[in-house]
Design a protein around this ligand. Structure first.
Ligand code: SF4
Length: 220
Protein backbone atom coordinates (compact mmCIF):
# COMPACT_ATOMS: atom_id res chain seq x y z
CA UNK A 1 0.00 0.00 0.00
CA UNK A 2 2.93 2.36 0.70
CA UNK A 3 4.11 1.83 -2.90
CA UNK A 4 0.55 2.39 -4.12
CA UNK A 5 0.37 5.66 -2.21
CA UNK A 6 3.62 6.92 -3.68
CA UNK A 7 2.44 5.96 -7.14
CA UNK A 8 -0.90 7.59 -6.51
CA UNK A 9 0.69 10.80 -5.28
CA UNK A 10 2.60 11.03 -8.55
CA UNK A 11 -0.60 10.26 -10.46
CA UNK A 12 -2.51 13.03 -8.69
CA UNK A 13 0.29 15.49 -9.53
CA UNK A 14 0.16 14.36 -13.18
CA UNK A 15 -3.61 14.83 -13.28
CA UNK A 16 -3.20 18.30 -11.78
CA UNK A 17 -0.68 19.21 -14.51
CA UNK A 18 -3.40 18.13 -16.97
CA UNK A 19 -5.93 20.43 -15.23
CA UNK A 20 -7.84 17.49 -13.73
CA UNK A 21 -8.51 16.92 -10.06
CA UNK A 22 -7.41 13.61 -8.54
CA UNK A 23 -8.78 12.40 -5.22
CA UNK A 24 -7.43 9.24 -3.58
CA UNK A 25 -9.55 7.01 -1.40
CA UNK A 26 -8.04 3.86 0.06
CA UNK A 27 -11.20 1.77 0.28
CA UNK A 28 -14.19 1.27 -2.00
CA UNK A 29 -16.39 1.96 1.00
CA UNK A 30 -15.02 5.54 1.17
CA UNK A 31 -16.16 6.50 -2.35
CA UNK A 32 -19.85 7.20 -1.69
CA UNK A 33 -19.26 9.81 1.02
CA UNK A 34 -16.62 11.50 -1.16
CA UNK A 35 -19.10 11.76 -4.05
CA UNK A 36 -22.03 12.74 -1.81
CA UNK A 37 -20.09 15.79 -0.61
CA UNK A 38 -19.86 17.04 -4.24
CA UNK A 39 -23.57 16.74 -5.11
CA UNK A 40 -26.41 19.13 -4.29
CA UNK A 41 -30.13 18.60 -3.97
CA UNK A 42 -31.93 18.58 -7.31
CA UNK A 43 -28.74 18.36 -9.38
CA UNK A 44 -29.15 16.80 -12.83
CA UNK A 45 -27.06 13.64 -13.29
CA UNK A 46 -26.32 11.25 -16.14
CA UNK A 47 -23.96 8.29 -16.24
CA UNK A 48 -22.23 5.95 -18.62
CA UNK A 49 -22.66 2.20 -18.18
CA UNK A 50 -20.00 1.36 -15.62
CA UNK A 51 -19.28 -1.60 -13.39
CA UNK A 52 -17.04 0.64 -11.23
CA UNK A 53 -19.83 3.18 -10.63
CA UNK A 54 -22.14 0.31 -9.62
CA UNK A 55 -19.59 -1.63 -7.51
CA UNK A 56 -18.66 1.53 -5.59
CA UNK A 57 -22.28 2.17 -4.53
CA UNK A 58 -22.36 5.47 -6.43
CA UNK A 59 -25.12 4.27 -8.78
CA UNK A 60 -27.36 3.67 -5.75
CA UNK A 61 -26.42 7.08 -4.33
CA UNK A 62 -27.30 9.03 -7.49
CA UNK A 63 -30.55 7.06 -7.83
CA UNK A 64 -31.88 8.70 -4.64
CA UNK A 65 -34.98 10.84 -5.22
CA UNK A 66 -33.22 14.02 -4.03
CA UNK A 67 -31.29 14.02 -7.35
CA UNK A 68 -32.60 14.14 -10.92
CA UNK A 69 -30.83 11.12 -12.37
CA UNK A 70 -31.53 10.04 -15.95
CA UNK A 71 -30.99 6.30 -15.47
CA UNK A 72 -30.41 4.63 -18.84
CA UNK A 73 -30.57 1.19 -17.20
CA UNK A 74 -33.85 1.42 -15.30
CA UNK A 75 -36.26 -1.47 -15.79
CA UNK A 76 -38.74 -1.09 -18.63
CA UNK A 77 -36.98 1.88 -20.26
CA UNK A 78 -37.78 2.26 -23.98
CA UNK A 79 -35.09 2.77 -26.62
CA UNK A 80 -36.28 6.38 -27.13
CA UNK A 81 -36.06 7.04 -23.36
CA UNK A 82 -32.57 5.53 -23.30
CA UNK A 83 -31.44 7.84 -26.12
CA UNK A 84 -33.04 10.77 -24.28
CA UNK A 85 -30.96 9.89 -21.19
CA UNK A 86 -27.84 10.15 -23.40
CA UNK A 87 -28.98 13.54 -24.75
CA UNK A 88 -29.59 14.87 -21.22
CA UNK A 89 -25.82 14.76 -20.70
CA UNK A 90 -25.58 18.07 -22.59
CA UNK A 91 -25.66 20.70 -19.86
CA UNK A 92 -26.28 18.30 -16.96
CA UNK A 93 -24.55 19.04 -13.65
CA UNK A 94 -22.67 15.75 -13.24
CA UNK A 95 -21.71 12.86 -15.52
CA UNK A 96 -20.44 9.68 -13.85
CA UNK A 97 -18.33 7.00 -15.51
CA UNK A 98 -15.08 5.12 -15.11
CA UNK A 99 -12.04 5.01 -17.41
CA UNK A 100 -10.81 2.02 -19.36
CA UNK A 101 -7.29 3.00 -18.31
CA UNK A 102 -5.39 5.84 -16.65
CA UNK A 103 -1.72 6.41 -17.39
CA UNK A 104 1.06 7.44 -15.01
CA UNK A 105 1.17 10.74 -16.97
CA UNK A 106 -2.42 11.49 -15.94
CA UNK A 107 -4.06 10.67 -19.27
CA UNK A 108 -7.50 9.07 -19.36
CA UNK A 109 -8.04 6.47 -22.08
CA UNK A 110 -11.50 5.35 -23.16
CA UNK A 111 -13.03 3.41 -26.03
CA UNK A 112 -16.77 3.35 -26.80
CA UNK A 113 -19.02 1.47 -29.14
CA UNK A 114 -21.95 3.91 -29.13
CA UNK A 115 -19.89 6.99 -28.25
CA UNK A 116 -22.08 8.66 -25.60
CA UNK A 117 -19.48 8.24 -22.85
CA UNK A 118 -16.52 9.65 -24.81
CA UNK A 119 -18.78 12.49 -26.01
CA UNK A 120 -19.75 13.37 -22.43
CA UNK A 121 -16.17 13.18 -21.18
CA UNK A 122 -15.15 15.60 -23.91
CA UNK A 123 -18.02 18.12 -23.80
CA UNK A 124 -21.50 18.61 -22.37
CA UNK A 125 -21.77 17.90 -18.64
CA UNK A 126 -20.59 20.70 -16.34
CA UNK A 127 -18.66 18.18 -14.23
CA UNK A 128 -17.34 14.72 -15.05
CA UNK A 129 -16.62 12.41 -12.12
CA UNK A 130 -14.72 9.22 -12.85
CA UNK A 131 -14.50 6.33 -10.41
CA UNK A 132 -11.28 4.46 -11.18
CA UNK A 133 -9.83 1.45 -9.36
CA UNK A 134 -6.06 1.11 -9.01
CA UNK A 135 -6.25 -1.92 -11.35
CA UNK A 136 -6.68 0.50 -14.28
CA UNK A 137 -3.38 2.32 -13.76
CA UNK A 138 -0.93 1.69 -16.64
CA UNK A 139 2.45 3.07 -17.60
CA UNK A 140 1.56 4.81 -20.85
CA UNK A 141 -0.91 5.08 -23.74
CA UNK A 142 0.42 1.93 -25.48
CA UNK A 143 -0.23 -0.07 -22.30
CA UNK A 144 -3.65 1.55 -22.01
CA UNK A 145 -4.76 0.28 -25.41
CA UNK A 146 -3.23 -3.12 -24.68
CA UNK A 147 -5.28 -3.18 -21.46
CA UNK A 148 -8.44 -2.35 -23.40
CA UNK A 149 -7.80 -5.07 -26.00
CA UNK A 150 -6.76 -7.75 -23.51
CA UNK A 151 -9.01 -7.03 -20.50
CA UNK A 152 -11.61 -4.24 -20.66
CA UNK A 153 -13.23 -4.99 -24.02
CA UNK A 154 -13.42 -8.81 -23.70
CA UNK A 155 -14.82 -8.65 -20.16
CA UNK A 156 -17.33 -5.95 -21.04
CA UNK A 157 -18.52 -7.97 -24.05
CA UNK A 158 -19.09 -10.98 -21.79
CA UNK A 159 -20.90 -8.77 -19.23
CA UNK A 160 -23.15 -7.25 -21.89
CA UNK A 161 -23.84 -10.58 -23.61
CA UNK A 162 -22.17 -9.38 -26.82
CA UNK A 163 -20.97 -12.35 -28.83
CA UNK A 164 -17.85 -10.63 -30.18
CA UNK A 165 -14.65 -12.44 -31.14
CA UNK A 166 -12.89 -11.19 -27.97
CA UNK A 167 -15.70 -12.53 -25.78
CA UNK A 168 -14.81 -16.00 -27.09
CA UNK A 169 -11.01 -15.59 -27.33
CA UNK A 170 -10.53 -13.58 -24.12
CA UNK A 171 -8.62 -10.94 -26.10
CA UNK A 172 -8.95 -8.80 -29.20
CA UNK A 173 -8.36 -10.52 -32.54
CA UNK A 174 -5.78 -7.83 -33.31
CA UNK A 175 -3.49 -9.28 -30.61
CA UNK A 176 -3.21 -12.53 -32.55
CA UNK A 177 -1.26 -10.72 -35.28
CA UNK A 178 2.50 -10.28 -34.96
CA UNK A 179 3.82 -6.98 -33.66
CA UNK A 180 1.91 -4.24 -31.86
CA UNK A 181 -1.52 -3.66 -33.40
CA UNK A 182 -2.66 -0.18 -34.40
CA UNK A 183 -5.03 1.39 -31.91
CA UNK A 184 -8.08 0.82 -34.12
CA UNK A 185 -7.12 -2.69 -35.27
CA UNK A 186 -9.88 -5.13 -34.42
CA UNK A 187 -12.79 -7.19 -35.62
CA UNK A 188 -15.52 -6.63 -38.24
CA UNK A 189 -18.22 -7.70 -35.78
CA UNK A 190 -21.54 -5.84 -36.23
CA UNK A 191 -21.79 -4.92 -32.50
CA UNK A 192 -18.11 -4.08 -32.09
CA UNK A 193 -17.73 -2.10 -28.84
CA UNK A 194 -14.49 -0.46 -29.99
CA UNK A 195 -15.50 2.35 -32.33
CA UNK A 196 -14.57 5.74 -30.87
CA UNK A 197 -11.21 6.22 -29.17
CA UNK A 198 -10.49 9.03 -26.70
CA UNK A 199 -7.31 10.08 -24.90
CA UNK A 200 -7.97 12.94 -22.46
CA UNK A 201 -4.78 14.91 -21.92
CA UNK A 202 -4.36 18.44 -20.61
CA UNK A 203 -7.78 20.09 -20.34
CA UNK A 204 -8.60 23.74 -21.04
CA UNK A 205 -11.22 23.93 -18.27
CA UNK A 206 -9.50 23.36 -14.94
CA UNK A 207 -11.03 20.64 -12.74
CA UNK A 208 -14.07 20.00 -14.93
CA UNK A 209 -12.94 16.36 -14.68
CA UNK A 210 -12.43 14.80 -11.24
CA UNK A 211 -10.93 11.34 -10.95
CA UNK A 212 -11.60 9.44 -7.73
CA UNK A 213 -8.82 6.87 -7.56
CA UNK A 214 -9.55 3.92 -5.31
CA UNK A 215 -6.76 1.85 -3.74
CA UNK A 216 -8.84 -1.29 -4.33
CA UNK A 217 -9.65 -2.78 -7.75
CA UNK A 218 -12.95 -1.84 -9.37
CA UNK A 219 -14.55 -2.96 -12.62
CA UNK A 220 -12.55 -4.12 -15.63
S1 SF4 B 1 -12.21 -4.75 -31.89
FE1 SF4 B 1 -13.70 -6.46 -31.67
S2 SF4 B 1 -12.48 -8.21 -30.97
FE2 SF4 B 1 -11.25 -6.37 -30.65
S3 SF4 B 1 -11.62 -5.82 -28.51
FE3 SF4 B 1 -13.06 -4.61 -29.80
S4 SF4 B 1 -14.96 -5.84 -29.89
FE4 SF4 B 1 -13.31 -7.18 -29.14
Amino acid sequence: MQNNKTTVERLIEALSRNNMQGIYVEKTADIVKTVEAMLFEGCVITAGGSVSVKESGVWDLISKPCYEFFDRTRAGISEEERLEAFRQAIGCDFFFCSANAITEQGELVNVDGFGNRVASITFGPKKVIMIVGINKLVKNIDEAFLRIKSTAAPKNCVRLGIDSPCAKLGKCVSLAKSGTPDITDGCDFSRRICASYLVSGRQQEKNRITVIICGEPLGY
